[in-house]
Design a protein around this ligand. Structure first.
Ligand SMILES: C[S@@+](CC[C@H](N)C(=O)[O-])C[C@H]1O[C@@H](n2cnc3c(N)ncnc32)[C@H](O)[C@@H]1O
Length: 473
């Protein structure tokens, strides 16, 4: 049953101009929002405006984002001075970035450490300048290497570099992970290893991690991966041959930018007293997140198909391999995408027992055309259903949930995730209040993909997003 308060909220939502939620011109990289890229980030003004709006309708002492990714909602919670803020994600890189984004640092200390780091790295760069300048050519000549090949250099880079370091009396910790040579040229590996070694000497952990986020961001720019894509593809061979980034320069450009971002953040939040907890649970479980705790949930779950759209694990892989976070093994890093929503496979069919007529109709159509694809779709919504159930448990009675979702097309069948969420939510004491439609001019998403998986056949996807508003009754 809708209360008077809910009815007023619905009235106000209905009065917003049609483009109110589009945020075409808005700056989205301000404060610590801008310290590291991440796929399918929810633009900051969405959560900012939701919080601002909802403060007029309810008391917000606690905020949860169960799919917090790089932490946009958490930063906005701090800017709005919400006392108890929590995030959760399953991707270790996402956790690392959001921890760094939400930790207020002592600026003087940060400046001092950066200046010291610059000094140390300047010395190292001078010491190894000749090696850095010549290593690509030297190795190429000595072993007749092809830096674009998966064999030899591609898979044995570690051994070649160990040998090179021994012969040249260079004492360096070179990482040894799968295909490192396929993704990085010798000069780049040597330079990144020097930088990492010096960053790890910073004793203040929060500052060290903040600078490691800059390190992670620079890895993307100096690797052989194709730019401007979330999936992990390598540049064409000719481009790899010519590619010769100045790793130290790229790294410090980001360090300096991120120092400014922290300054902006501190200027804005002042002596913020929010506590921010970040959990690393599967959103289908949320075992460590307290029950009946949160007044407001703002979240954007994944869209459901990491094969044709966004692969969070692939995006994060090279950073995770370099950072060596949480002692993850190579195997665990390569498996991140399989642990995300929809990772389970139902290749041989499935029994549809989810409580959504809209989903059932769509699955019936897709099943006729492609049983395997229907299984992928089912796997995603099965996880989404579990996540809705668990998130409902975490929400206080009378609390509100805002789900930012996009609708996908599979085999030309439109999957109406907004309607499906509303239908599934009913079983878990969640009442749909309203659904906002918004255009997504800012979202960094591939705008085209092939829903039939036929090369060359492309249709526009995800140009509209929906914000489904639920209330725990
Ligand atoms: C659309 S992104 C969220 C982006 C976030 N709003 C931001 O601003 O960066 C979806 C997130 O869900 C996470 N995810 C996917 N499956 C998950 C699961 N089963 N449990 C927890 N997190 C999951 C992904 O790692 C990804 O970070």
């Amino acid at each position: 049953m809708l209360t008077e308060n809910d009815k007023n909220l619905i009235k106000e939502l209905g009065r917003f101009p049609i483009d109110y939620w589009d945020f075409k011109e808005e700056e989205t990289k301000e404060y610590t929002h801008g310290i590291h890229n991440y796929p399918a980030v929810m633009v900051a003004p969405i959560s900012r405006n939701i919080i601002k709006l909802m403060k007029n309708y309810t008391t917000i002492n606690s905020l949860l984002d169960p799919f917090s990714g790089s932490g946009t909602v958490l930063v906005e919670g701090m800017l709005a001075n919400i006392p108890n803020i929590a995030g959760n994600d399953i991707n270790p890189l996402a956790l690392f970035i959001s921890q760094a984004k939400t930790k207020i640092l002592d600026l003087k200390e940060l400046n001092k450490e950066i200046e010291n780091l610059k000094g140390r790295l300047n010395n190292k760069e001078k010491l190894y300048r000749k090696n850095i300048e010549n290593i690509d050519n030297d190795l190429k000549k000595q072993y007749n290497l092809n830096f674009t090949s998966k064999d030899n250099w591609g898979s044995n880079a570690y051994e070649y570099l160990q040998k090179y370091c021994n012969e040249n009396k260079i004492n360096l910790n070179i990482p040894n992970f799968k295909n490192i040579g396929y993704w990085f040229k010798p000069k780049v590996i040597i330079s990144l290893s020097i930088i990492k070694e010096e960053v790890l000497k910073i004793k203040n952990l929060d500052i060290r991690n903040y600078i490691l986020v800059s390190f992670s961001e620079s890895i993307r720019l100096v690797s052989n991966r194709r730019n401007g894509e979330f999936k992990l593809f390598r540049m064409q061979s000719e481009k790899v041959e010519q590619f010769s980034p100045n790793v130290f320069y790229e790294f410090f450009k980001i360090v300096d930018r991120n120092k400014e971002k922290m300054q902006e953040f501190i200027d804005k939040v002042g002596d913020n007293k929010s506590t921010v907890k970040i959990f690393s649970d599967n959103a289908c479980e949320l075992n460590n997140v307290p029950n009946n705790e949160y007044d407001l949930i703002i979240t954007s779950p994944p869209y459901g198909d990491s094969r044709t759209t966004v692969a969070y694990g692939e995006y994060s892989r090279l950073s995770l391999q370099w950072l060596n976070l949480y002692e993850l093994t190579d195997k665990e890093i390569l498996r991140v995408d399989k642990t995300l929503m929809g990772g389970a496979k139902f290749n041989k069919g499935f029994e549809m027992n989810l409580k959504s007529e809209t989903l059932k109709k769509s699955l019936d159509v897709i099943k006729e055309l492609d049983l395997k694809r229907a299984g992928d779709v089912y796997s995603f919504y099965k996880d989404l259903d579990s996540a809705i159930e668990k998130i409902s448990l975490k929400t206080k009675k009378g609390g509100y949930q805002f789900w930012v979702v996009g609708n996908r097309t599979v085999k030309n069948e439109l999957l109406k995730t907004d309607e499906i969420i509303s239908e599934l939510a009913e079983q878990y004491n969640l009442e749909t209040i309203y659904t906002i439609n918004r255009n997504i001019p800012n979202k960094v998403m591939p705008s085209l993909n092939s829903p039939t998986n036929e090369i060359g056949k492309k249709v526009t996807t995800m140009t509209m997003e929906h914000i489904v508003i639920l209330k725990k009754v």
